[in-house]
Design a protein. Sequence first.
Length: 159
Amino acid sequence: MTDKTVLDATCGSRMIWFEKEHEAAVFMDNRELDAVLCDGRALNIHPDVVADFRDMPFPDNSFALVVFDPPHIDNLHETSWMAKKYGVLSENWRDDIRTGYHECMRVLKDGGVLIFKWNEDRITLGEVIKAIGVTPLFGNRMRNRDTIWLVFMKGVSCR
């Protein structure tokens, strides 16, 4: 389906990217949006592919690297600036995150790497790992504003 080697499965406005139009990446999100945040900054979400991370439109074994930065905040009004910028977790967030993780692994090539970003503002990393049911290979233990980066590899597990 694509000759690109990287998938950002939840790209939003591509905040984590240094090169927001990287030629090796497919940028996917479940929404498109042009908005102005409360501080006057523009928020633009224009993925290459509009799709849900729980049901990706890619064949198995498509990418060498997948980035998964799902919404991490619950109980937000969908029109709030935080919801617009980051998205909102559903009441079934455990199932959503578990399903999203498994979709990411499905589209990864054997030996491919999944970078998982989580913020512990409301839900702890322990709860997320319990929901996924898989322990990451490694990640940062030093927390910067409660944001944690985890690394998983398809075919290599800790459990």
